[in-house]
Ligand binder design. Structure first.
Ligand code: GLN
Ligand code: ZN
Length: 770
């Protein structure tokens, strides 16, 4: 019989119970025992729920107090030297110290703590993992028995789970080595005995199988890296008496398929959502007789109710080829990346709920699909019927399908993605129109979001104050922010964004086609969760979104005010996106909506408009072969959003990072007049890419690190400006902070910006200093 399986369940809890418990512990409101108890309760309810839904394979060790990669570091004792621990067991406090650092103030109040481990994005998700740190001295040893303990814990509740751990090769490849000539894979021989020990202990505790996640198999790999997978699993194959299930996800195996199929393991999991054709590829290549396949059919990265009839065909293909005993059915990847339960969304109407499936509903789908493949028609028909209804309802819904939007997208022509003149001609026109000095100064958009601002926004949401009261309050904020910027002496002002919470949600709520959930929380990192919007239908802008505030801001000053918008790629990237049309198509619709806003802002007299694209780079596909395709439509969408204006209107964009050596040409292709990027923390490292590539437009490498409360001095910012001018022309450079100021306080922001303006002045007129 085919088996219904899951790769991982959201650990945070339907009501973010884990977040509350962990943060309570950090604050000292909860004892360690209380934290452990609430974690146990959550695990138990997740296991029971999944078993009750009918899963044959329920995962354990998918729970984590912070992050599964950090758990693996603890398991193998990869604790960087700077953290104090006894070298035996990684206890909870050491574990949290690795995640969050140790804050200690010495006598002078200087921070003498220990720096947290680095965090980075988990493949192309918005989940962030803790990056393992390796050095030649890393001494691997079994240092946390969490995986074994949780297996036993589930068993005590009568549930025989399949423990999940990150596989040894992905674990090493996800890490960073501290020494230049050390390759993480050099450590494989030292690491494998610890994995073998874990497998032996699991087998001794009664586990039949273990899931080893090896998502790195979907990357472009060198021969050496591929060989490491073979070597690792040859070593682990006979280490213990239990089945090895290797899970790949987030893409197709492509050229790594032979390597994966020939691993001496018992089950190979394929992501058949991202790598749709790879079941056929695997069958063509030949699935070894003692290998079973786990079919990742239910989308673990999105929230749509599946088309079960279509998926059943795939299951049947596999069953015909392999026999049902060699088939498992599951989600494409762990369900960590979707919200827990659609039933906690009373505000969504039933028509819309029919379109959707969160983690629990996805498990129902997996079970129904499996049981249907095993011959149970009657028991599964209701869910199959629901699935059919969902597909039809989405195809026919007037809320989703807006022919005028579709017609507009079809009518996009080349002239809409071109400015009237090239940047070289626009630059003098804009400098003149905006009356800008050389090295103009500006900020990224937001100013400190004080408690007052947050309180008023919350009150307005709860309808405790009237619209008029709220708007008056925002106007005061804008007027104050403008006055402060005039006093500081900035050249291009902003309105401060005090009316906004989240930069995607703020716009999404004003656009047609977006849905919002009440409890659709997804873990972003540690205890932090986000509620991504759901782009469900054709997107359009019923009315102007920001014009009111920007016009008001413009009236408060003679200086140019820059309007702030979130770009189409970022809106797409930070939302759940419809799966019934290509992402590029959805992005074009958003781009057209933003374009309308840009044009309206220009008509209202706003002379500079910034379209933020902090998520532009993270949209890059995992495989380099797909980069060009992505970059082509992503750039096109930015241009579509921005090119509706006259030459004298200045288009800015902002990205919160500076590693774009590899996509610098695409960034230039966006043709923003000005781009601001992060640079101060890396001491202008980004400028390396400008050495080789002659960036044609204007750029403001951040000179003020807004991630720290520290007030940077005039001198150090002057130095950074000089450093940047070694590779940039004076005529193309701007002076600005690294990112928005919303998380900072006015007491830090004001002196910092004053110093920044002074630094720009000193560089402009060095003689005047003497
Ligand atoms: N304009 C936004 C701000 O200043 C940009 C935020 C971001 O880069 N993520 O806050
Ligand atoms: Zn930023």
């Amino acid at each position: 019989m085919a088996k219904a399986s899951n790769l991982g369940f959201p650990r945070i809890g339907a009501h973010r119970e884990l977040k509350r418990a962990v943060e309570g512990y950090w604050k000292g409101d909860l004892s360690k025992e209380e934290l452990i108890e609430s974690a146990q309760a959550l695990r138990e309810s997740h296991w029971t729920e999944q078993q009750d839904l009918g899963l044959d394979v329920v995962p354990s060790n998918d729970f984590s107090y912070y992050d599964q990669v950090l758990d693996t570091c603890a398991m193998v004792g990869a604790v960087p030297e700077r953290f104090p621990w006894d070298g035996e067991r990684v206890d909870l406090d050491t574990y949290f110290a690795m995640a969050r650092g140790l804050q200690e103030k010495d006598l002078e109040g200087e921070d003498s703590g220990v720096q947290a481990m680095e965090m980075t994005k988990w493949f192309d998700t918005n989940y962030h993992y803790i990056v393992p740190e390796f050095s030649r001295d890393t001494n691997f040893s079994l240092s946390s028995t969490k995986v074994i303990d949780e297996y036993k814990e589930a068993k005590e509740h009568g549930i025989d789970t399949r423990p999940v751990i990150i596989g040894p090769v992905s674990f090493l490849l996800l890490g960073k080595t501290q020494e230049d000539n050390l390759d993480a894979l050099d450590l494989l021989d030292d690491l494998l005995p610890v994995y073998a020990e874990v497998l032996q202990e699991l087998a001794a505790a009664g586990a039949d199988a273990v899931q080893l996640d090896e998502p790195n198999l979907v990357f472009d790999l060198s021969d050496e890296e591929r060989a490491a997978f073979t070597k690792a699993y040859e070593a682990l194959a006979d280490a213990a008496d239990l089945d090895l299930h290797v899970a790949t996800y987030f893409g197709g195996l492509e050229d790594n398929l032979p390597t994966a199929l020939d691993l001496p393991v018992d089950v190979l999991h394929l992501d058949l959502v991202r790598g749709a054709g790879q079941l056929e590829d695997a069958l063509d290549y030949g699935v070894p007789e003692d290998l079973s396949l786990s079919l990742g059919l239910i989308d673990g990265r999105n929230v749509w109710r599946a088309d079960l009839d279509a998926l059943l065909d795939t299951v049947e293909t596999a069953v015909d080829a392999l026999g049902s005993d060699r088939v498992l059915v599951g989600p494409s990847c762990s369900l960590l990346h979707v919200p827990v339960d659609l039933d906690t969304e009373p505000a969504l109407d039933d028509d819309m709920k029919l379109w959707l499936a969160f983690a629990k509903q996805k498990i129902e789908e997996i079970v129904a699909l499996t049981e249907r493949a095993n011959g149970d028609v009657d028991g599964t028909e209701a869910l199959f019927e629901k699935s059919r209804n969902a597909q039809t309802a989405r195809a026919e819904s007037d809320w989703i399908n807006d022919t005028s939007v579709q017609g507009r997208v079809d009518g996009i022509d080349g002239s809409m993605t071109e400015r009237n003149s090239p940047h070289a001609q626009r630059r003098p026109i804009q400098r003149d129109a905006l009356d800008l000095p050389t090295l103009p100064t500006t900020t990224i958009g937001s100013f400190p979001q004080t408690n007052d601002v947050r309180k008023m926004r919350a009150k307005y949401k709860k309808e405790e104050i009237s619209k008029a009261e709220y708007e008056e309050f925002i106007e005061e904020q804008i007027a104050d922010t403008i006055a402060a910027q005039e006093e500081i002496g900035l050249d291009v002002l902003v309105h401060g964004e005090s009316e906004r919470g989240d930069m995607v949600e703020y716009f999404g709520r004003q656009l047609n086609g977006f849905l919002f959930t009440e409890n659709g929380w997804v873990q972003s990192y540690g205890s932090r969760c986000v509620r991504p919007p759901i782009i469900a239908g054709d997107v359009s802008r019923p009315e102007p979104m920001t014009v009111r505030w920007l016009s008001y801001a413009n009236d408060q000053t003679d200086k140019p005010v820059k309007g702030m918008l979130t770009g189409p790629v970022t809106m797409l990237q930070w939302s759940f996106v419809r799966d019934d049309q290509p992402r590029a198509e959805t992005c074009r619709q958003i781009a057209l909506a933003i374009r309308d806003e840009v044009v309206d802002l220009e008509d209202a007299g706003v002379q500079a408009i910034q379209i933020d694209e902090p998520a532009f780079r993270e949209g890059l596909p995992l495989r380099e072969s797909q980069w060009d395709d992505y970059l082509e439509w992503a750039v096109e969408c930015f241009r579509l959003a921005s090119c509706g204006v006259q030459d004298e209107t200045q288009i800015h964009t902002h990205m919160c990072y500076s590693e774009f050596n590899d996509i610098i040409e695409a960034i230039a292709d966006m043709d923003a007049d000005v781009i601001s990027v992060e640079a101060s923390r890396s001491k202008m490292e980004l400028l390396d890419s400008f050495d080789e590539f002659d960036y044609p437009n204007e750029i403001g490498p951040g000179v003020y690190d807004i991630h720290s409360p520290r007030v940077p001095s005039v001198e150090e910012m002057e130095d950074l400006i000089h450093k940047a001018l070694e590779v940039l022309d004076t005529e193309q450079m701007w002076v600005n902070p690294d990112c928005g100021l919303k998380t900072r306080r006015w007491v830090e922001v004001k002196p910092s910006l004053e110093n920044m303006v002074q630094a720009a002045e000193n560089v402009r007129e060095p003689a005047a200093v003497a």
